[in-house]
Write a protein that binds this ligand. Structure first.
Ligand code: GLA
Length: 389
């Protein structure tokens, strides 16, 4: 456990505990969360680890001292009393924001030393920020001796990101990190916040998942994400509904005169529908239902979703389009970009026997364009955030 050894190096002594929060991939439902729609993420085996202990100074002084193995040059020390949005920037804004959001929710956390380690690539669209928030949230609440229900912790971690860091994300990433179960995808209704565990075991159907980090860096703060959000809100306003979730008949979208808003809304309405279709297919696969090729069908929906994100929502990027094309040509059942877009990762679903061919095809497609080689990560639906020791 490298977070614990970093803790010993930096702070001396043993941490009071070590907590892990996973990153996520999203099987279906992109840019649907902030439209009150459905998403279907699963937690990854990779994540962020936080080793932490209560700081030993007087209880009247509450300082949060943070260090990270990935950011060796920037140890950060903040005063928890009087902490406010805007005071901390860079990576430390995420953990500091969690301490702030806990305080805003009425939980007083003690001064603490926290050492962070991560095996999630940053900027790969795999939710390393939410994992950092959620690992810190578990650590600080445990040090404070309070147990907060996971649904409430999701809201606190998201508030850290929205209000302290200042990125207007939806509720998917923190929900995935805090609420997923191994062997399942998490069906989240972002309107009611109801969650349902859906069995998701591609290996049982001789299929496998491959995550392809295209190495094109994604940054949610660059404005495009916020612009898409505003366009969706405007489309809902013009259609006279509280959010695009309320549009269930795709034909209603055609009432939008503006072609850009029409395309944005078409993606959201169709992706919500695709989430429900994938859930039905996963359930039929788990029941050994009559539908023999549920995973083939899920693959087809993944590729359809990619086309929709590329053409209607316009958030894909050249490396993702190339990775999807190469994967499909090499025998993948389907593939699509995941996350906010404009960089990050592609998720491919393929028969287990084709996974090597898919990897090779994507590698050579990138090489022939002289792009940085992609990074491949395994994607096995894992458990939500937890204490390791
Ligand atoms: C980012 C955000 C999520 C979600 C996705 C797109 O990951 O953090 O809330 O909106 O983009 O589906």
């Amino acid at each position: 456990m490298k977070a614990a050894s970093l803790f010993r190096e930096r702070f001396g002594g043993e941490p009071d505990g070590v907590w892990l929060a996973p990153g996520r991939a999203n099987l279906m439902g992109e840019h649907t969360d902030y439209n009150d729609g459905f998403v279907l993420p699963f937690a990854l085996g990779q994540g962020v680890t936080a080793a932490a202990a209560v700081a030993s100074e007087s209880p009247a002084v509450r300082r949060l001292t943070l260090c990270s193995r990935q950011e060796p040059d920037t140890a950060v020390d903040v005063d928890l009393d009087g902490l406010a949005p805007g005071q901390v920037t860079g990576w430390a804004a995420y953990p500091a924001g969690v301490a702030w959001a806990l305080g805003e929710a009425g939980y007083r956390v003690p001064g603490a030393c926290v050492a962070i380690d991560s095996d999630l690539p940053v900027g790969a669209g795999l939710s390393s920020s939410a994992a950092l928030e959620c690992a810190t949230a578990l650590a600080l609440t445990a040090l404070a001796g309070v147990e907060i229900p996971r649904a409430e912790l999701v809201t606190i971690a998201r508030r850290a990101e929205n209000e302290f860091v200042g990125v207007p994300t939806g509720v998917m990433d923190q929900s995935a990190s805090l609420r997923c179960q191994a062997g399942h995808a998490l069906l989240l209704d972002c309107r009611s916040l109801e969650v349902t565990q859906v069995p998701f075991d591609p290996a049982a159907a001789a299929a496998g998942l491959l995550l392809i980090n295209t190495r094109a860096r994604h940054a949610l703060s660059d404005g495009e994400y916020g612009r898409r959000r505003a366009e969706c809100e405007e489309a809902a306003r013009r259609l006279g509904v509280p959010s695009l979730r309320a549009v269930t008949d795709p034909a209603d979208v055609d009432r939008l005169g503006d072609p850009v808003l029409r395309r944005r809304a078409r993606h959201v309405v169709a992706d919500d529908q695709r989430v429900l279709e994938v859930v039905a297919l996963l359930r039929s696969a788990a029941d050994g239902g009559a539908d023999g090729d549920a995973y083939g069908e899920i693959g087809r929906l993944l590729s359809q979703a990619h086309a929709s994100l590329r053409d209607d929502f316009e958030v894909s990027w050249p490396e993702a389009d190339t990775a999807v094309e190469a994967a499909l040509a090499a025998g993948a059942a389907g593939a699509r970009m995941i996350g906010g877009g404009f960089g990050g990762s592609v998720l491919a679903l393929a028969p287990a026997a084709s996974l090597d061919a898919v990897r090779d095809a994507v590698t050579s497609a990138f090489a022939s364009r002289s792009w940085t080689p992609p990074e491949f990560l395994s994607a096995v639906p894992a458990d939500a955030a937890r204490q390791l020791s």
